[in-house]
Ligand binder design. Structure first.
Ligand code: 2RA
Length: 350
């Protein structure tokens, strides 16, 4: 029989994208069970063209489930993913609850699919969207040249902060669009009013702070880029520095990347590798105005790479610009791909 899939958090922002993705991809699933908080139970959602009734999160909801995806806040995953695993399901978790647990693999199917097989807790983690927006391209380059250092700056979309982030950007733009604001210190800040989840106006602005403040001035997002990149690539000592910035884009994270390698690199070699890498689109012809931007990439699956240059003072290093849809590859798509890797393993084992 085909494996049974549970989608926990089916009514949320990522859950909604997930139902679309499950409807588009090759159908490897038998039953797809939709699970959400008790207040959403009874609601009907469409997946694979069929209406499915949402059931409330409970131990019984995981009965006979083979793979359970979690698109819920950290504390909900922390409580319920181990319960799903104890009921015999493989939990694929998109929260931050288990990412750095040494007994939980952190998987990107294009980079380290083999890691999904070793899961002592019955849980597999999905990386944060900022890491995911660049790691497929970095994995391909690492396999060829041997990565030794990453220095990145992110340009993160407001949907990474959920509905509140998107609503805040739209409301602030509504207040200042068509005005002459943005020419005097503080004029935008005075007019936008509510800052929502951000420490500064997000409309007509860039905010050099994403996530929460951690030790020594680093943010949680910056530490995630460092720790997760190391774990996914299997390079515990990789030098990684990130500066995470929020920009007035609805969906699709971008990053500038300075990647240094053990071996010398050329742009021609990098182009060849990136053009052939699964899950990567090389879009790099600046003379023709061709490079990825979030407005063009949003709603697509791959990691888009452009502006590839060899560092002028270092023949071992490349500079790149990378874009990835933070709700698709950055969240729902990668989770779906991990679940498919597990489904293939379960089906082969029968
Ligand atoms: C953000 N990476 O963009 C986060 C979402 N998990 O805020």
């Amino acid at each position: 029989r085909k494996p049974t899939l549970a989608v926990v958090g089916a009514t949320g922002a990522v859950g909604t994208v997930m139902l679309g993705i499950l409807s588009e991809r090759k159908d490897v699933w038998g039953e797809i069970r939709l699970i959400a908080s008790p207040r959403s139970a009874g609601k009907k959602l469409t997946v694979r063209g069929e209406e499915v009734e949402v059931v409330a999160l409970s131990e019984e909801a995981f009965e006979d489930v083979d793979v359970a995806m979690f698109d819920v806040p950290d504390e909900v995953s922390a409580q319920w993913a181990p319960i799903a695993a104890a009921k015999g399901a493989v939990a694929v978790d998109n929260s931050g609850a288990f990412r750095m647990d040494p007994d939980v693999p952190l998987v990107v199917p294009e980079v380290n699919p083999h890691a999904a097989r070793i899961r002592p807790r019955g849980i597999i983690s999905n990386p944060n969207c900022t890491t995911l927006s660049m790691i497929v391209a970095m994995g391909a380059l690492h396999a060829e040249f041997g990565l030794s250092e990453l220095i990145v700056s992110s340009y993160q979309a407001v949907s990474g902060s959920g509905k509140e982030g998107v609503d805040t950007l739209r409301e602030q733009i509504g207040k200042i669009a068509g005005t002459e604001l943005g020419t005097q210190p503080g004029d935008v800040r005075r007019v936008v009013g509510d800052l929502g989840p951000y420490p500064a106006p997000i409309a007509f602005n860039v905010v050099p702070f994403a996530g929460s403040l951690k030790e020594d001035g680093w943010t949680s997002e910056e530490l995630k880029v460092r720790n997760e990149s190391r774990k996914i690539l299997g390079l515990p000592d990789l030098r990684v520095t990130a500066t995470c910035v929020r920009v007035p884009v609805v969906t699709t994270h971008s990053l500038t990347v300075h990647a240094r390698f053990e071996n010398e690199v050329t742009v021609a070699q990098a182009h060849e590798i990136l053009a052939a890498a699964p899950g990567v689109v090389l879009y790099d012809n600046p003379a023709a105005g061709e490079f990825p931007t979030p407005a063009d990439v949003v709603g697509t699956d791959p990691t888009w790479v452009g502006r590839v240059r060899r560092s002028m003072d270092d023949p071992h290093a490349l500079e790149l610009f990378v874009c990835g849809d933070n709700l698709r590859k950055g969240a729902a798509l990668n989770t779906a791909q991990i679940a498919e890797v597990v489904a293939a393993e379960l089906t082969a084992a029968v």
